[in-house]
Design a protein. Structure first.
Length: 250
């Protein structure tokens, strides 16, 4: 563990220390304010720790399931698009992925909800479309950035195409791919707040309720909690990025 952290850049080490400290301070400050503030019945009911815990769990579930589907779909697609003979698919797939990223996430969520229905899985589908591009683009960039001489040397040693991919190309591309995964995770946390508009739950419910009922304490609390969750996920993503990086890479 120490060797992995020692191999990380100075920026990564500072963020690994600073992000959790800032997140804890943010949550502690919010908790102190919530203890001192005078809430009405609606605010008091929504801002209990039990309710916040439930909404946070719903939000995390949306993020994790969406992220797993994105990774399971985008990385194999990126591998396919870097293979010989699949170049003609690049503009098609990247065009679709760019369209999904460029469209406002609330628009994607609402349109799919109106076309298919409301609920958890529609939110998952919408967010998967939205977060697909960063992982796909970084997978392609990472694999194309592998030194061709290393690939040729591996082939010269008698490795098959599959062995070259899994023993040389993917390990070398992991840092770039993980940056895309981390970016997708943070996007999913923020975009996941819109899932509440189609009855999928999450911390966005606090923001929605605060807007509709003009309860600014609920609105600000929802925004702070989503921001804290995004910072926590960013920290986890950076930690994973360091620990899955092959030895010798910095």
């Amino acid at each position: 563990m120490r060797q992995r952290l020692a191999g990380a850049s100075r920026e990564d080490r500072l963020l690994l220390i600073g992000l959790p400290i800032f997140t804890v301070l943010l949550l502690a400050g919010w908790n102190i304010w919530s203890q001192l503030a005078e809430f009405d019945d609606i605010e008091a009911r929504l801002l209990t720790w039990a309710n916040i815990g439930t909404l946070t769990w719903q939000h995390l579930l949306i993020v994790v399931v969406s992220a797993l589907i994105v990774v399971a779909a985008a990385i194999p697609t990126g591998i396919l698009l870097t293979r010989r003979g699949a170049g003609f698919l690049n503009p098609i797939v990247l065009g679709i992925a760019n369209a999904g990223q460029a469209a406002p996430v609330i628009g994607v969520i609402v349109l799919l909800a109106l076309a298919i229905g409301f609920g958890f899985w529609i939110a998952i589908l919408s967010l998967t479309i939205y977060a697909f591009l960063p992982v796909l683009a970084n997978t392609i960039t990472g694999l194309r950035g592998v030194d061709p001489s290393l690939v040729e040397a591996a082939r010269g040693m008698g490795m098959s195409g599959t062995q070259v991919l899994f023993r040389v190309e993917l390990p070398m591309a992991v840092p770039v791919i993980m940056t895309g995964v981390r970016t997708a995770l943070v996007l999913l946390v923020g975009a996941g707040a819109f899932a509440t508009f189609i009855d999928a739950g999450g911390l966005g419910l606090l923001i929605q309720t605060g807007i509709i009922m003009f309860r600014y304490s609920i609105l600000v609390s929802g925004a702070i909690l989503v921001a804290a969750l995004a910072l926590a996920v960013e920290w986890v993503g950076r930690l994973l990025e360091i620990f899955v990086r092959p030895g010798g890479l910095s």
